[in-house]
Design a protein around this ligand. Sequence first.
Ligand code: PMP
Length: 369
Amino acid sequence: SAPGERAVLSDLPLREDLRGRTPYGAPQLDVPYQLNTNENPYPPPAELVDDIAAAVAEVAGTLHRYPDRDAVALRTDLAAYLSGATGTPLTVANLWAANGSNEILQQILQAFGGPGRTALGFEPSYSMHPIIAAGTRTEWAPTPRRADFSLDVAAAVEVLASRQPDVVFVTSPNNPTGQSIPLDDLRALVAAAPGIVVVDEAYAEFSPQESAVRLIDEFPTRVIVSRTMSKAFAFAGGRLGYLAAAPAVVDALLLVRLPYHLSALTQAAARAALRHAAGTLASVHALAAERDRVAQALAGLGYAVVPSDANFILFGHFADPRAAWQSFLDEGVLIRDVGIPGHLRVTVGTPAENDAFLAAAKRDTAWGN
Ligand code: PMP
């Protein structure tokens, strides 16, 4: 037994506001088809593996020193990538990077949220937004989407006026529902927001919608665009998230970031991955096509399918989503119960993985559960 094991969580002098909360907990199960955390199913090709290994070998000899605290070379590369991807010219001063976009979001709330401040999100959306709000003691103001999970912009503008949140999260494409927000709708929201608007674009590469980076120059004190290399870049294990915003926002985040938060290994590996962006991002088109194929097939089986611009699909209707989730798992297919009544979410995988999922979906058919 582990020393100290007789003490349990409720014995600890934990902050009152954290008592009774549950941690983020997508199951990590060793099953044949892992379609539950929206990763890119294609592993890095041999050339990229070699390039990462060489880049890491090069910095290995300098690990007695702290890394570049400001990750200037990596941020310069990210600026080049994002400028190219969005058509909006950005410089190193516009970019900031951290260990996954979760850390980016946490730093944003450390700087712009916190005790006495409120963050608002349009739910259902990414479950970590309220969890990071709780961790930073930012009051969370959940605001419902329409029944079809779209965003009612006129209603949202009114809520922003009445609630006056310090931070607003807009996830586009939205996880777990899949739709993205058109730029003009976003502009209306930002114009109505009293404080910071974080546009969480973790899945932007899968969407035809224009990026919110276009709005940074229009609203330099408000717009922060959060991105990640975890999805399209097939770099979830590398832990690299980033944001684009006005340079002053980066100055604000320097006040809360831990010194040397991005290891030399992470910076070197991420730069290597960025050098292979063109090759990696080719999988995005294949995944988008697969997404549309899976969506159509699900609809053909009689499921209700929520339209998606991302690399996942929310579908239903299940009388008992928990039981349906288990029956998929019994067939070796791990998908996600995101807690939305009647629905489950599946990540788009390789064609073979998707076929396995669809075969299970066919056997299960929604109505049987
Ligand atoms: N934002 C959204 C909307 C996500 O779905 C995720 C990952 N599930 C993240 C942020 C965080 O991803 P990461 O920390 O790997 O960048």
